[in-house]
Write a protein that binds this ligand. Structure first.
Ligand code: B1M
Length: 241
């Protein structure tokens, strides 16, 4: 029998993240996210970046994938709200590091977006991801946070004059508020001034169409591609008008 201590597991049982291979580290980060360990997530993010991982690879492989598992276990009643909150907080720690790096990879501003989660809804991880990815792709993003009333959306649109209004909802009970915002834009004669993009787990293509949005975006990557495409189409129309 070999009594020598495992070199990767120091005696105080703390795992030395730096001693792990990339695959082991990503797996460990999924576990740490699940356990809501913010410091470990920040450290793991640092290490992967030091190992020259692209920021979007760290985001997708280590953080988003970890959060997906958290989501499944929350849905299945294995995790509860406080644990999910801790996981979300840990994820935010990693995202804080990645945000400026993702933004740096972008070229000059190619458009402006005001984005926020709708009234009654405090979910912001996905919306923040979309904002980060849009910044990374070169958009200027004004993130107006969570629980936005129609008045707050309108005030932000007036103040920042963006090309795009992005709305996020994670609850079936709040997603219908997107229609309230779009209908108000129509009432005020402002609808055609903005591209309206919507997203969030309970939405789908049909819902986006039914409420009169320009696009439903399944995820942050789709949001970036859709935004680029719709802005190009809009600018093309203006040039030919
Ligand atoms: Co909430 N929650 N939650 N939650 N939560 C869900 C959404 C839920 C599906 C969990 C479940 O039951 N399986 C469920 C909703 C059920 C329903 O409506 N049918 C639910 C519930 C019920 C609740 C509460 C009511 C629980 C309670 O109190 N009993 C409560 C509601 C509070 C409120 O908002 N008023 C609540 C609270 C919370 C926490 C506070 C604990 C926490 C939020 C922390 C935070 O955001 N700061 C939380 C979390 C974390 C989740 C889950 C587990 C994960 C959400 C998430 O961050 N996903 C979620 C389960 C799930 O979705 N699997 C759940 C990761 C994120 C990257 O994905 O947000 O989908 P997502 O964003 C994606 C795309 O959707 C898209 O791009 C993003 C990135 O790729 N996208 C857009 C999103 N917004 C976009 C906008 C765009 C474009 C694309 O515009 C341009």
């Amino acid at each position: 029998m070999n009594d020598a201590p495992d070199s990767k597991v120091p005696e105080d049982d703390e795992i030395d993240l730096r001693a792990l291979s990339n695959d082991e580290l990503v797996e460990q980060m999924h576990d740490d996210l699940y356990d809501g360990l913010r410091e470990e997530i920040v450290e793991g993010t640092h290490i992967l970046l030091e190992r020259n991982w692209a920021p979007d690879k760290v985001l997708n492989d280590a953080l988003v994938e970890g959060m997906r598992v958290v989501g499944i276990d929350f849905r299945d009643g294995i995790l509860f709200v406080p644990e999910v909150l801790m996981a979300a907080n840990a994820m935010k720690g990693g995202m804080q590091l990645l945000r400026p790096l993702l933004a740096e990879t972008g070229a000059a501003t190619i458009g402006k977006m005001v984005a926020g989660t709708v009234k009654g809804d405090i979910h912001d991880i996905g919306k923040n991801l979309v904002c980060m990815m849009m910044e990374g792709a070169g958009f200027e993003v004004i993130n107006i946070g969570i629980n936005n009333s129609v008045e707050e959306y309108l005030a932000a649109l007036e103040e920042h004059q963006p090309d795009i209004l992005g709305m996020s909802a994670l609850l079936t009970t709040t997603m219908t508020y997107m229609k309230v915002v779009i209908d108000t834009l129509i009432e005020k004669g402002l609808r055609d001034d903005y591209i309206v993009m919507v997203g969030g787990a309970p939405l789908n293509e049909e819902f986006g169409e039914a409420i009169g949005a320009d696009a439903y975006c399944r995820d942050a990557a789709v949001a970036v591609e859709t935004a680029k495409q719709l802005i190009a189409e809009r600018r093309g129309r203006r040039l030919s008008a």
